[in-house]
Ligand binder design. Structure first.
Ligand code: BES
Ligand code: MN
Ligand code: ZN
Length: 507
C-alpha cells in the first residue's frame, strides 16, 4: 500500500473514495464540507437532517456520489467537538475509516488532510499518526496462504493525501517516521505469527541478522559452545531438550559518537520459539498458541528495525535469547539445580517457568556488555492475563526514574502499561532449601514473583520488566490491530529511544 501526496485538486481527482473529517459543527464550518454538499446537490444536508451524519468522534458515514464527483463515494469521518481529537483517538478513527472504506470495496482513496487538524497535534505528528493508522490497520499475515481469502481480496491499494502546502514538508517527514515505526510493529507481528517449525532459533536469528546487516548494525550471535564458555547454565538447561540449538543475538545500535561514558540502554526480549512446558508439559488445549512465546524478542527485533531507520541519538543494545522448550530424554527436569551465568543457583520446580531462566542469563550477559538501563519484554506468565487481561501490559521496576521514562513513552505511544509492586516479602515465595532460589513462586502473585526473580539478575541496574503474555496476542482484534499477533510494545520502545535521545544524558 502506497501513501503519496496529491498533486491535483482533491475535488477534481478521480479515485474510489474521498475521506473527509467532519466536526459536530457540521455545515457551519468552512472547508470542504459545504463545497461537497453543493457538488452532491444537498445530499450531505439531508444526511445531517436525518441525523445519520453527526460529526461525533468515530462516527463514519459513507455517501455514494452517483457520478456527481470523480469519486464513487465520500467517507465522512466524525472528529467530534473542538478539542476532543487527540493523536490516540485520531489513530483509531483513521483506522476505522480505512477499514470501512475497504469493506465497501474502495481501493484507491483520497484523504482531505486539512480536515483532520487536531489541537496539540503538529503536522509531523499528524503525518506519523496517519502512516501508523494505515499500515497497522491494513496489515495481514498471509505468508502461508497459497490463495488469498475471499474477504481479504479487498485491499486498499493507494492512499493519496491532499495536504495544505504550508504543512506539506512536516507531514511528509511524519509519514516517513510513522511508516518506519509501523514496519517495525508489523515485523514483530509477522515473527510472532510464524509457526515454530518455520521459526526455529536458527531461522529467527538469521532473520534478525538479516535486518541488522540491512542497516549496517554490528551484531553477534552466541552459539551453544559460546554459552557454555560463558557459563549460561540457566539458558542452556532450557535448551537441552530441543533438537534445535539455542542462539543469543545481540545487535548494537550506535546513535552517539562513542560508547564510553554514555548511557547504554538494553532491550532484552524472551525468545522461546515454542513452549511445550518441557517435562512439566502443558495441557494440549490451545498449546498451538505457544508459537507466540517469542513475542518479547519479536518486539525487540521490530523496535530495532524502526530505530535503525529513525536514527535517534542514543546507544542501544538489542538482546534476543532464542530457545525452544521441549520434553525429551535430554530435557532438564524439576528438581535440577542450575548455575546461572551470574553464579546464582536455581532449583527448577517447573520446567514450564523457562522464560525467567533464559532471561536471567541474557540480563547478566547484557550487564557485562555495559548496559546501564534495562527493559526486558516477555510473554512470561499466564497470571498477568488474570490480573490485567489482554489490553494492558504488566510492568515491574527497581528504579522510579527509569520507570517514569518508560511509563511516559508508553503513554505517548498509546500503549497501556501498569506497574505491579516489588515488596520484599514476595521473595519468600521463591526461596529454595537447596539453591539460592526456586524458579517458581507458587500460584499467588505469579506475575510479581516471576518479575522479582528477574530483578535478582538486574541487581542495581535500573530495570523495567514488561510482561506481555496478555497483550502480545489479540484473538478478537480491533480496527488498529487485526486478529492475532499485536506487535505490542514496539511503539513504546521506539518512543523511549526517541525520548532518551532528546535528554542530554539519562538518569
Ligand atoms: N509462556 C508461558 C506464559 C504464557 C501463558 C504466555 C499464556 C502466553 C500466554 C510461560 O512460560 C509459562 O508457562 N508460565 C507459567 C509459569 C508457572 C509454571 C510458574 C504459567 O504462567 O503458568
Ligand atoms: Mn512456560
Ligand atoms: Zn514460556
Amino acid at each position: 500500500m502506497q501513501i503519496e501526496v496529491l498533486q491535483t485538486k482533491i475535488l477534481e481527482t478521480p479515485a474510489d473514495g474521498l475521506i473527509v473529517g467532519v466536526s459536530t459543527a457540521l455545515l457551519d464550518e468552512q472547508g470542504l464540507l459545504p463545497r461537497l454538499n453543493d457538488a452532491l446537490r444537498g445530499v450531505i444536508g439531508e444526511e445531517i437532517k436525518g441525523r445519520r451524519l453527526t460529526g461525533k468522534l468515530g462516527d463514519v458515514r459513507i455517501v455514494h456520489t452517483l457520478g456527481l464527483l470523480p469519486v464513487r463515494a465520500v467517507i465522512l469521518v466524525g472528529i467530534g467537538e473542538r478539542g476532543e481529537l487527540n493523536a490516540h483517538k485520531l489513530k483509531e478513527t483513521w483506522a476505522k475509516a480505512l477499514n470501512k472504506a475497504r469493506h465497501e470495496g474502495l481501493a484507491e482513496l483520497l484523504v482531505c488532510f486539512g480536515s483532520f487538524r487536531a489541537d496539540g497535534v503538529d503536522a509531523r505528528k499528524l503525518g506519523e499518526t496517519f502512516a501508523l493508522s494505515a499500515h497497522l490497520s491494513q496489515y495481514r499475515f498471509q505468508d502461508y496462504k497459497t490463495k488469498r481469502e475471499e474477504a481479504d481480496e479487498r485491499t486498499i491499494t493507494r492512499l493519496a493525501l491532499g495536504i495544505p502546502p504550508e504543512l506539506k514538508e512536516d507531514v511528509l517527514y511524519g509519514l516517513e517516521t510513522g511508516t518506519h515505526i509501523a514496519d517495525g510493529v508489523n515485523l514483530a507481528r509477522t515473527l510472532v505469527s510464524t509457526p515454530a517449525n518455520k521459526l526455529t532459533p536458527e531461522v529467527f536469528s538469521a532473520r534478525v541478522v538479516e535486518v541488522a546487516k540491512r542497516y549496517d548494525l554490528s551484531y553477534e550471535v552466541l552459539e551453544k559452545r559460546d554459552m557454555e564458555e560463558l557459563g549460561m547454565g540457566a539458558l542452556l538447561a532450557v535448551a537441552q531438550g530441543s533438537a534445535n540449538p539455542p542462539k543469543l543475538v545481540t545487535v548494537r545500535y550506535k546513535g552517539r559518537p562513542t560508547w564510553e561514558s554514555e548511557p547504554v540502554v538494553a532491550f532484552v526480549g524472551k525468545g522461546i520459539t515454542f513452549d511445550t512446558g518441557g517435562i512439566s508439559l502443558k495441557p494440549s488445549l490451545n498449546m498451538e498458541e505457544m508459537i507466540m512465546d517469542m513475542g518479547g524478542a519479536a518486539a525487540v527485533a521490530g523496535a530495532m528495525e524502526a530505530i535503525a531507520r529513525i536514527r535517534p541519538e542514543i546507544n542501544i543494545l538489542f538482546v534476543m535469547p532464542m530457545v525452544e522448550n521441549m520434553p525429551d530424554g535430554a530435557a532438564y527436569r524439576p528438581g535440577d539445580v542450575l548455575t546461572s551465568m551470574s553464579g546464582k543457583t536455581i532449583e527448577v520446580i517447573s520446567t514450564d517457568a523457562e522464560g525467567r531462566l533464559i532471561l536471567a542469563d541474557a540480563i547478566t550477559y547484557v550487564r557485562r556488555l555495559g548496559a546501564t538501563h534495562l527493559v526486558d519484554l516477555a510473554t512470561l506468565t499466564g497470571a498477568v492475563l488474570i490480573a490485567l487481561g489482554t489490553q494492558t501490559t504488566g510492568a515491574m521496576t527497581n528504579n522510579d526514574d527509569w520507570w517514569q521514562a518508560v511509563r511516559k513513552a508508553a503513554e505517548e505511544a498509546g500503549e497501556r502499561i501498569w506497574l505491579l509492586p516489588t515488596f520484599d516479602v514476595y521473595r519468600e515465595q521463591y526461596k529454595s532449601a537447596v539453591a539460592d532460589m526456586k524458579n517458581t513462586g507458587g500460584r499467588n502473585a505469579g506475575t510479581i514473583t516471576a518479575g522479582m526473580f528477574l530483578s535478582e539478575f538486574a541487581e542495581q541496574t535500573p530495570w523495567v520488566h514488561l510482561d506481555i503474555a496478555g497483550t502480545a496476542w489479540d484473538s478478537k482484534g480491533s480496527d488498529l490491530t487485526p486478529k492475532g499477533a499485536t506487535g505490542v510494545m514496539v511503539q513504546t520502545l521506539v518512543e523511549l529511544a526517541r525520548q532518551e535521545a532528546k535528554k542530554k544524558s539519562t538518569v
